[in-house]
Design a protein around this ligand. Structure first.
Ligand SMILES: Cc1cc2nc3c(=O)[nH]c(=O)nc-3n(C[C@H](O)[C@H](O)[C@H](O)COP(=O)(O)O)c2cc1C
Ligand code: SF4
Ligand code: SF4
Ligand code: FES
Length: 629
């Protein structure tokens, strides 16, 4: 590969790519993200390549292994450009038909189109699907257009022009000023102003400085950083290089969790290609700026995403937080000034440099600028990654883009901000989502997790679930977090089995405050959020559990299963599905559940076709919780 040694050569390289691209006027983009690969996307790609060859269409048609656009539940996804025909749930055996019908005869295959559940009409174009139509995808938008393993694709769409602009048209201080003016706030959770963090590291006196991409993404259910790192790694790396230039750092790290093998692979490929082209290393584009990037694989602990813990891990030590009397921006990796930012934060930087701070300022709310990618999951029709301007309401995200709650169920709550976020009730559906608005109502942005819950969700059980997760993920270094969370979990377990009193709930609130105020790192400091927010908005459910009832009929310790003799046909299906032989009965006679044996798994309730199995709530015999055994 010839090296690109100047800005002019980079532009010439781009022009040549554009010329070559001109000859192929059809592109079949197959999403090759983790989700679609699990749904046979690689076979889909291979079949396309074979069919295109068979039909002698190689000169005109390009098959691209693209990045994830976020609608993973509909994978494997295929988009055919330039018409933007969007096919969902494509199977390897559909490929021959797509080529002969759509590519050759220009006919759309209705069976493979997305059908709008409201209008029940199939939609042909990707951008007309409500899930995409109401998003503003400035970060994710190119994922489906580019092959993340091919640097040429990124360069073709303007890649590294922001770096060139920064290196040749701007002094480092000017780059810093532009980022400060944009009011970009960190997307990793805290929403700290990025420019201010950069400035602290820039102003710190040291011979050596570092910049780091945080792609730990420990939040369960969140995958926005993975989608960017897998699907468009150069966008993140370009941001990192620009940051390095502005801050005065010549060395960068990308910390990616080991459980993201494709993100690791694509980042390593991207770095190798950059080195081959001369866009990394010494004297980049002849500007005099030197920069190297190393990938560090994280071991996959939630707490290791915390800044000081992550830096310990890169240094080869245990990934646990330390007191930050001096900020990592001043004394981080090997005690040198280090600027750590989230994947999405870095990805915004090339856009800000290319389009200017004023452009970025126009997107979002007064104090939260730009877009935010949310990982929309739970009881919602369209799950996936949603990129919207800050200030978009919860209702627009959950109903307009997410398509609402499935099966005609009632919305109950939405949890924002990952495991230590808060649960917000229906009255906040019109809340414009930004850093400050969420904080005001007892939740937070976090890194963008959004879990929708319907009427069948028990809010006490939800609080218990998250406290259990965080208690297991606590590094155990400080007592309030280690012991406090454990004790909170005990009380929550007692609530779900009907053994807690009002005094216990009082203690739960006190413990929440202590853990919040005295924990060493933000894991402990934010861990009580699910408890406090559910106590604030769903206190009646706590009271019901004290009274021995679980209103949503979820908590096993408070359930009883019986068989209604009037409805039971004696089909025996419940008996067949009972894992503990708690059901007895002869064929065609009324069956019976022995509640001394029943473990409340709910199988019989699910399988009975005659609604003969009844689920009731009310305090029963003592059920020993797993944690207490
Ligand atoms: C327990 C814990 C886990 C965290 N995990 C992540 C993570 O996975 N990704 C991330 O970007 N930030 C994570 N953070 C926040 C980081 O400590 C840090 O604030 C952030 O990466 C800074 O980037 P930003 O300024 O771009 O937001 C975590 C913080 C805590 C306390
Ligand atoms: S707050 Fe929890 S996770 Fe953080 S240092 Fe203390 S024990 Fe570890
Ligand atoms: S709830 Fe589960 S354990 Fe109990 S009777 Fe039904 S199938 Fe058996
Ligand atoms: S992995 Fe294919 S759409 Fe997300």
């Amino acid at each position: 590969m010839t090296k690109i040694t100047s800005r002019k050569e980079l532009e010439q390289y781009r022009k040549n790519l554009q010329k070559q691209k001109g000859s192929k006027n059809i592109t079949i983009s197959v999403c090759a993200g983790t989700g679609c690969l699990a749904l046979k996307a690689q076979e889909v790609v291979d079949n396309f390549r074979e069919e295109i060859k068979k039909h002698k269409l190689s000169a005109n048609v390009e098959v691209k292994e693209a990045g994830c656009p976020g609608f993973c539940e509909k994978g494997a996804l295929v988009v055919i450009h330039p018409e933007e025909i969007n096919y969902i749930k494509v199977q390897p055996e559909d490929v021959a038909e797509i080529v002969s019908e759509t590519i050759v005869k220009k006919k759309v295959i209705p069976r493979l189109l997305y059908t709008d559940p409201h209008s029940t009409k199939p939609i042909k174009k990707e951008s007309d699907i409500p899930f995409y139509k109401h998003q503003k995808r400035i970060l994710l938008g190119n994922n489906m257009k580019i092959d993340s393993k091919n640097i040429d694709d990124y360069i073709l769409y303007g890649g590294y022009s922001a770096l060139a602009k920064a290196l040749f048209d701007m002094k480092p201080e000017e780059v810093l000023e532009e980022v400060k003016k944009s009011n970009l706030r960190g997307r990793g959770g805290g929403g700290f102003p990025t420019g201010r963090k950069w400035e602290t590291t820039r102003n710190a006196q040291s011979d050596k400085k570092y910049v780091i991409v945080n792609c730990d993404e420990g939040d369960p259910g969140a995958f926005m950083d993975r989608a960017l790192m897998e699907g468009n790694p150069h966008l993140v790396l370009e941001g990192l290089m620009i940051g390095g230039y502005a801050i005065g750092a010549n060395e960068g790290f990308v910390y990616v969790r080991q459980e993201y093998p494709l993100a690791v692979e694509n980042t390593e490929i991207a770095i190798k290609k950059l080195e081959e082209l001369g866009l990394l290393g010494k004297n980049i584009l002849g500007s005099g700026f030197d920069f190297t990037i190393t990938v560090h694989r994280g071991a996959g602990a939630f707490v290791s995403g915390e800044s000081s813990a992550l830096m310990s891990a890169i240094e080869g030590r245990v990934g646990e937080p330390r007191p930050k009397y001096i900020h990592t921006a001043v004394s981080g990796l090997w005690n040198k000034p280090t600027c750590l930012n989230n994947v999405e934060t870095w990805a915004n930087v090339p856009l800000i440099i290319n389009n200017g701070a004023a452009w970025f300022q126009k997107i979002g709310t007064e104090n939260s600028k730009g877009t935010k990618i949310f990982s929309l999951v739970g009881k919602v029709n369209n799950t996936g990654l949603v990129e919207v301007p800050m200030g978009t309401t919860l209702r627009e995200i959950i109903y307009t883009i997410g398509g609402g709650v499935p099966n005609g169920k009632k919305f109950k709550a939405v949890q924002t901000g990952g495991p230590s976020g808060g649960c917000l009730p229906e009255k906040y559906l019109d809340l414009p989502v930004d850093f400050d608005e969420l904080y005001k109502v007892g939740s937070m942005m976090g890194s963008g997790g959004m879990i929708v819950m319907d009427e069948d969700t028990c809010m006490v059980d939800i609080a218990r679930y998250f406290v259990n997760f965080l208690s297991q993920e606590s590094c155990g270094k400080c007592i309030p977090c280690r012991e406090g969370l454990r004790h909170m979990l005990r009380i929550l377990n007692d609530l779900t089995t009907g053994e807690a009193t009002e005094d216990d709930v009082k203690l739960l609130e006190e413990l929440s405050e202590v853990v919040q105020l005295s924990s060493l790192c933000a894991l402990g400091q934010s861990a009580p959020n699910p408890v406090l927010s559910t106590l604030q908005y769903f206190r009646d459910e706590y009271q019901a559990h004290i009274n021995g009832e679980c209103p949503a009929k979820v908590c096993k310790g408070l359930l009883t299963f019986t068989i209604d003799a009037a409805k039971c046909t004696g089909c025996g299906l419940c008996m067949k599905n009972c894992p503990v032989e708690a059901i007895t009965g002869e064929k065609k006679t009324v069956h019976h559940i022995n509640s001394d044996i029943c473990i409340k798994c709910g199988n019989c309730y699910e399988v009975c076709k005659f609604n003969a199995v009844q689920k009731a709530t009310g305090k029963q015999k003592k059920v020993v919780s797993v944690e207490r055994r």
